[in-house]
Design a binder for this molecule. Structure first.
Ligand SMILES: O=C(O)[C@@H]1C=C(O)[C@@H](O)[C@H](O)C1
Length: 151
């Protein structure tokens, strides 16, 4: 069996498809999650999906991943720019993660230019729209060796 991947989407991404489609596109969260699971499976990997509008719920889900997830792909959405807690949770579980954004945050408001996560991420993917999720899954499935395998 290939890598176990956890995909986490943060606040307001449950509105994908109708939320500012000129920025985030017309794909719904359900469509995105379904295609992501199928894409991971085609690469021999297993993908779990999670979305929450609540910082603590995201932190709890990250903590639950310790010992049973090989790679995390996270679009923290607005919490990218505010959350030390999510940063600390990712560091605490010691699971490699890819930070993902649908938009190129550096072309947007200045408050979106800083991320509390990027310096700890294996990689940051942004600006490719929802196609970025496929790119992240490709890398997570094919190019990241689980830490347990490194021991
Ligand atoms: O592009 C994205 O996926 C990110 C999504 C959000 O909801 C914003 O708060 C971030 O600033 C950007």
């Amino acid at each position: 069996m290939g890598n176990s991947i956890l995909l986490i989407n943060g606040p307001n991404l449950n509105l994908l498809g109708t939320r500012e489609p000129h920025i985030y596109g017309h794909t719904t969260l359900s469509e995105l999650e379904t295609s992501s699971v199928e894409h991971a499976r085609s690469l021999g990997a297993e993908l779990q999906v999670f979305q929450s509008n609540h910082e603590g719920a995201i932190i709890d889900r990250i903590q639950e991943a310790r010992g049973n997830v090989d790679v995390i792909i996270i679009n923290p959405a607005a919490y990218t720019h505010t959350s030390v807690g999510i940063r600390d949770a990712l560091a605490g579980v010691d699971i490699p993660f890819i930070e993902l954004h649908i938009s190129n945050t550096h072309t947007r408001e200045t408050f979106r230019h800083h991320s509390y996560l990027s310096d700890k991420a294996v990689a940051v993917i942004m600006g490719f729209g929802v196609h970025g999720y496929g790119y992240a899954i490709d890398h997570a499935a094919k190019n990241i060796t689980p830490k347990k395998a490194q021991a």
